[in-house]
Structure formats: C-alpha cells, structure tokens
Design a protein around this ligand. Structure first.
Ligand code: G6P
Ligand code: MG
Length: 217
C-alpha cells in the first residue's frame, strides 16, 4: 500500500523549468549556439553537466572540461539570480493546498530532486514546511534516470520502494521512479508521453489517486 509520496521539484512543485530554460538560453545566445524548446525539454530531470551537453549540441567547437565547468557556473549564477525573485506565489498551481492535504490524509512526503538548488527553492517558496524529508542533488552521485534520488528519499522516510509513489514531469524522472520499484505518476510533459502508471496534467488530479489512509480523517 502506498504510504509515501516522493515529489520531483522543478516542473512539478515549482515552475522553475522555465527559469532553467531561460538561463541556458542566455548562455547559448552568448556562445552563438541555437537552443530550442525541444532541447530545453530534454534538459528536464537530468543533471546540470548533462544539460550543458545538450546546450552544446549545436556547437562545432570542442570545448575543454574546464571551459564546460565555467559555462555551468555561469548558467547557475544566472539561474540563482532568477531564483532570488521566487516567492510562495511561485509554487505551481495547487501545490500549497495539495501538500498539506496529502499529509492530512496520512501520507509522508519527501522531495526527490536532482537539483543542488533545491534547498533555496524550498525556502523561497515556503514549500519545505510540508516535507518530511529532502533528497536533492547534494545527496546523490547518479542523476535520473538512475533511481538513486528516489531510493534516497524513501530511505530518509524509512519506507520501502513498494510503499512509495514517485511524481515527476521528466521522462528520465519517471524512468527513475520505475527503476526504483515505485508506482509512478507522470506529470505534464512526461504525462503527454503516457510514461507513468498514472498520467496527470494538474496537481489536483493527485487527490483521487491518493485517498485517506486508514485511520486518517
Ligand atoms: C532538475 C531539473 C534539471 C536540472 C537539475 C539540476 O532535475 O529538472 O533541469 O538540470 O535539476 O539542477 P541544478 O539546480 O542543480 O542545476
Ligand atoms: Mg522536473
């Protein structure tokens, strides 16, 4: 029986995916490289350095590892500037109601995000107060589609994978949840691909999927 729900952050609880896109696009523009929305979508759920490889696809210049690290730092500095403007109102529609309601229904909630900026985003949006545990990019070595971040989140909650549902907007994230042996809820972009056991386009659609646990309410 599902007793815990593990949430991806970017593109699920907060619409930071558009800020990632903007920061990568500004870097690509500066380098004179075309960068499309489709490429931006492929950056969902994967690590910063793997995202940079997608940005550099359009370049015929062979950049060194040192140059790539400078580019990644430049993008992150710009991304953090954009994050500084986040407020609780920037949480995804319904997130500020959904999380307390799921807790009221008896579920334990955790974050399972590959982002190293997750702490900052949770603090600025106030979403952190609803989470029992946070697994983020600072705790893991292998990014999605590897299951590590979901397994780490489950471990922090003291739950087995079979007791967890994984919610993610990225194909890589849904694959990670499945590889972890969890029920998967694909959201937004991943749901368009029917990637999950459940496929939803709004957070409200989670409520019928997760009714109150026995003894709650
Ligand atoms: C999430 C996002 C990715 C991002 C990754 C690392 O998984 O969906 O687009 O590349 O986090 O984020 P960071 O904030 O550490 O650069
Ligand atoms: Mg995401």
């Amino acid at each position: 029986m599902i007793q815990a729900i593990l949430f991806d952050l970017d593109g699920v609880l907060v619409d930071t995916d558009v800020l990632h896109y903007q920061a990568w696009k500004e870097l690509a523009d500066r380098l004179g490289i075309p960068f499309t929305r489709e490429q931006g979508n492929r950056c969902r759920g994967i690590s910063r350095m793997d995202s940079l490889e997608i940005v550099l696809e359009g370049s015929d210049k062979p950049y060194t590892q040192e140059e790539k690290e400078v580019f990644a730092r430049e993008k992150n500095a710009r991304y953090q500037q954009l994050l500084a403007a986040l407020t609780p109102g920037h949480a995804a529609p319904g997130a500020q109601l959904l999380l307390p309601e799921l807790r009221r229904r008896g579920y334990r909630l955790a974050l399972a995000s590959g982002s190293k900026n997750a702490g900052l985003i949770l603090e600025r949006t106030g979403l952190g107060r609803w989470l029992d545990a946070v697994a983020d990019g600072n705790l893991i070595t292998r990014s999605k589609p590897d299951p590590e971040v979901f397994l780490t989140a489950a471990g922090l909650l003291g739950m087995s994978p079979k007791q967890c549902a994984a919610v993610d907007d990225a194909l890589a994230g849904v694959q990670a949840g499945r590889a972890a042996g969890m029920v998967t809820v694909a959201f937004g972009d991943a749901a368009l691909h029917r990637a999950g056991d459940h496929n939803i386009q709004s957070l409200e659609e989670m409520l019928p999927l997760f009714p109150p646990l026995e003894g709650c309410l």
